[in-house]
Design a protein around this ligand. Structure first.
Ligand code: PHE
Length: 450
C-alpha cells in the first residue's frame, strides 16, 4: 500500500526532500539577520540549543506519526487516537494544518516570485537589457502577479510528478546546487574588504543580548518555522519513508542540515552587509539596529551588488538563484500537504488535485497582492506566529499523551530494533510529552499576550 501512494527511494532522497522543505527563505536571511542584531554567536548558541531540544523532538513526532499511518495528517491523527473525541480533534487538527500550509504557500509564493524576478533582473542587467532589468526589479503589481504565477507553475509542475519523480528527484538535484552556490558565495564574499568586520559581529558572543526572555522566545519561533513544523509537511514526508528506515537518525540528519545551512548563510549575509557598509551603503536603521528582512534583501544587497560592478551582477544572479531554489524546495512541501489529503481522502487523481489546489492558492496569492498593505502581514502573522506553534503543540500532545506508548515503540523498532535501549527512547517520549508542549505553550502565550 505504501508504495502505491509513493515512497522515497532512498535515505538520501528523503533527507534531500525534508531538508529541502526545512531550508528556505527563513534560513538564508531570517536566521543570519536575527543573529546579527541579537548578540551574534550567543544567539547562535541559544538557537542551536533550542533546535535540538525543541525542534528536533517535535520533528520526530511528526515523522513517526506519518510513517506509522502512511497517510496524510487528517487520517494519521485519527488513526493513533483512542476515542471519538480525540479522533475528531485529530481530524480537525489535520484539516486546519492543511489550510495553514496553503496560506503559508500563498504568501511564500509572493516572496519567492520576487526572488525569481531579481534573479532574471540580474541576468538582464548582465546582457545590457536595462529596461527589462528595471521592470524585473521594481515593485509593481504587474511584475508581482506575473512572478507569483511563474513560481506557482514551477511548484505545481514538480508536485504533479509525484513523490519519487517530482519531490525526491527535484530536491535531490536542487539541494546540492544550493549548497555549492552558497559555499561559493561565502568564499567569495569573505575575500572582500569589510567582510571581517561582519564576521566579528557574527562570531563574537554578546550574552547579555542573547539571554533576554524575548529573544529566546523569538529564537524558538524561528527554529519552529525553520523546520517546517506544525502544518503536516514533515508528517506527510514521513509517511513516504519506508519501514526499514531508522527514524531518529534521519530526523537528526535533517535537523543538522537545516541548522548547518542557516549557520553557513550567516557567513554570507553578515560579511556581505559589512562589505556594503565599507562600500558606502547604509546598513543601520534609524534606531541604530542592523537593517533586516525585506529592506536588507531588496535594498541593501542590490546596492551592494551595484557597487561591485560586473562581479556584482554575477554575485547578484547567484544570490537570487540560491534564494529561488531554497524557496522552491520548501514550497513543494507545502503544496503536497493539501494535495495528498485530496488524493487520499477524496479519491482525486494527483493531476487534478494539484491543478485545483494549486489554482486556488495562486488565486489567494493574487488576492493578497491586490490588497498587499492589509493582507500580507496579516497572513504571515496568523500562519507563522499563531497557527504553527498551536498546531505543533497538538502534534506533541498526540505523540506524547494520546498515542499508545507500545505502538509508538513498535513503530520505531521497525527501522531500529535496539531502540528501547537507546538514549533516544529514554529521553524523547518524556520530552515530547512534557517539555515540548510547555515550551510551545510558552511561545504561544507570549505571542498572544506578550
Ligand atoms: N521551513 C521553511 C523556511 O525556512 C518554511 C516552511 C514553513 C516550509 C512551513 C514548510 C512549512 O523557509
Amino acid at each position: 500500500m505504501a508504495s502505491a501512494r509513493g515512497e522515497f527511494s532512498s535515505r538520501f532522497g528523503f533527507i534531500m526532500a525534508a531538508a529541502g522543505s526545512a531550508v528556505g527563505l527563513g534560513n538564508i536571511w531570517g536566521f543570519p539577520t536575527q543573529a546579527a542584531s541579537n548578540g551574534g554567536a550567543a544567539f547562535l548558541l541559544v538557537y542551536l540549543l533550542l533546535a535540538f531540544t525543541l525542534a528536533y523532538p517535535a520533528l520526530m513526532a511528526e515523522i513517526i506519526i506519518g510513517r506509522h499511518a502512511h497517510a496524510n495528517a487528517v487520517n494519521a491523527l485519527q488513526r493513533i487516537a483512542g476515542g471519538p473525541v480525540t479522533r475528531r480533534l485529530g481530524a480537525t487538527t489535520g484539516l486546519v494544518g492543511l489550510v495553514v500550509a496553503s496560506f503559508i504557500l500563498s504568501f511564500y509564493a509572493i516572496v519567492a516570485g520576487w526572488m525569481i524576478a531579481h534573479c532574471l533582473g540580474s541576468l538582464a542587467a548582465l546582457v545590457g537589457a536595462d529596461g527589462i532589468a528595471a521592470w524585473l526589479t521594481f515593485f509593481s503589481l504587474g511584475r508581482n502577479a506575473s512572478f507569483v504565477v511563474v513560481f506557482m507553475l514551477l511548484t505545481i509542475g514538480i508536485i504533479a510528478e509525484g513523490v519519487h519523480d517530482g519531490i525526491e528527484r527535484w530536491s535531490s538535484r536542487l539541494m546540492p546546487i544550493l549548497l555549492v552556490t552558497l559555499g561559493c558565495l561565502v568564499l567569495y564574499v569573505l575575500t572582500l574588504d569589510g567582510a571581517m568586520e561582519g564576521l566579528k559581529v557574527y562570531l563574537l558572543p554578546d550574552f547579555s543580548a542573547a539571554l533576554s526572555p524575548q529573544l529566546i522566545i523569538n529564537a524558538l519561533g524561528s527554529a519552529f518555522f525553520s523546520l517546517s513544523l506544525g502544518v503536516g509537511t514533515m508528517l506527510i514526508y514521513g509517511s513516504y519513508i519506508n519501514d526499514r528506515e531508522n527514524l531518529p537518525v534521519v530526523g537528526g540528519l535533517v535537523t543538522g542540515v537545516d541548522i548547518g545551512i542557516a549557520v553557513l548563510a550567516g557567513f554570507l549575509v553578515l560579511p556581505a552587509m559589512y562589505v556594503a557598509l565599507h562600500n558606502g551603503v547604509e546598513i543601520f536603521d534609524a534606531a541604530g539596529g542592523l537593517i533586516s528582512e525585506d529592506t536588507l534583501i531588496f535594498t541593501v544587497l542590490p546596492e551592494l551588488f551595484t557597487s561591485m560592478g560586473v562581479a556584482g551582477a554575477f554575485v547578484s544572479l547567484l544570490f537570487f538563484f540560491l534564494m529561488s531554489i531554497a524557496a522552491l524546495t520548501s514550497s513543494i512541501s507545502m503544496l503536497e500537504v493539501p494535495v495528498a489529503y485530496t488524493i487520499e481522502e477524496h479519491g482525486a487523481s494527483r493531476r487534478s488535485a494539484v491543478l485545483l489546489i494549486g489554482g486556488i492558492i495562486t488565486a489567494i496569492s493574487l488576492l493578497i497582492l491586490l490588497n498587499f498593505e492589509t493582507l500580507f502581514g496579516l497572513v504571515v502573522t496568523a500562519t507563522t506566529r499563531y497557527s504553527q506553534p498551536l498546531l505543533g503543540f497538538v502534534f506533541c500532545i498526540y505523540a506524547g499523551w494520546i498515542w499508545r506508548r507500545d505502538q509508538l515503540l513498535e513503530e520505531l523498532r521497525k527501522g531500529s530494533p535496539e531502540i528501547a535501549g537507546t538514549l533516544f527512547w529514554r529521553i524523547w517520549p518524556w520530552h515530547v510529552r512534557l517539555v515540548c508542549p510547555l515550551i510551545i505553550f510558552g511561545i504561544f502565550a507570549q505571542n498572544l499576550f506578550g
